[in-house]
Design a protein around this ligand. Sequence first.
Ligand SMILES: [Zn+2]
Length: 236
Amino acid sequence: MENIKLQNYWEVVKLVPGYQHILKLAGFSEKVLDIMTRWDGQELEIIDKIEKEYRIERLKIQEQIREFKKEIKQEFGQEITEYRLDFLKNQKQELENHLKEGYQYNQEMKVKFFNPFQSFEWLRLVIMDLWQLPKYERMLKKIVFEIRLLENRDLVQKNQITPEMIVRAKDYPFENLIKVSQKNFALCPFHNEKTSSLYIKNNFYYCFGCNVSGDTIDFVMKTQNIDFIKAVQLLQ
Ligand SMILES: [Zn+2]
C-alpha cells in the first residue's frame, strides 16, 4: 500500500520539467535516479506482493515461536523462572535508580530555577518530561507485580491464590480501604500530613508528597504489613 502511494507521488514528480536535474541538485546520486526513473507500477506491485508474502510467512513463524516457547517451558520450567526473576530484578533496580535520580533532579531544579522575578517553571517541566518518570513508574509497577507472582508461584500453584483472585484484589475499590474525598484525594498513610495529597485514580494511588505509588495489593501490604498472598486473600 505504501509503495502505491509512493508511486502516485512519483508520477507527479515526473511531470515537473527538468525533475531529474532538480533531484540531482537535491543530492540524489546518478544510480538512485536511474532506479527511480525506471520505476513503474508493475515493479511496485511485485514489491507489494513480496511484502504480503513476507507478512504471511512471519505469522507462521510466530506460531512456531509460540510452540517453541511452550516446549521450552515444559522442559526447563524452574530454570526459566529463575532466569526471568534475575532479569526482572535487574530491571527493577535500574528503574528504581532512574526514578530516584529523576525525583532528586526534579527537587534540585526546583531550587535552581527558583527566581522571584522570572519563572522558569516551564523549563523545569520540559526537562522533567524528558525523564519520562510516569512511564517508568508504570513499567516498575508491572515488573514488581510479575516478580511477586513468580516468587509466589508455588503458592499460586497450590491454589492458595489464583490469578483470578489477584485480578479481583487489584479491582478491590480503594474507597473501601481508605477515606477518599470526592476529588479522589485521601490522607497519605505513608507520611504525616494534614492536607490530603494521596491521589487515587483507576484504582492506583500516588502521593504528591512522598511520591509513593502502587495498587490496592501493595497498599494493603504496606499499610497492614502483610505479605502478597495475605493481601490478595484479604482483598476478595
Ligand atoms: Zn505520602
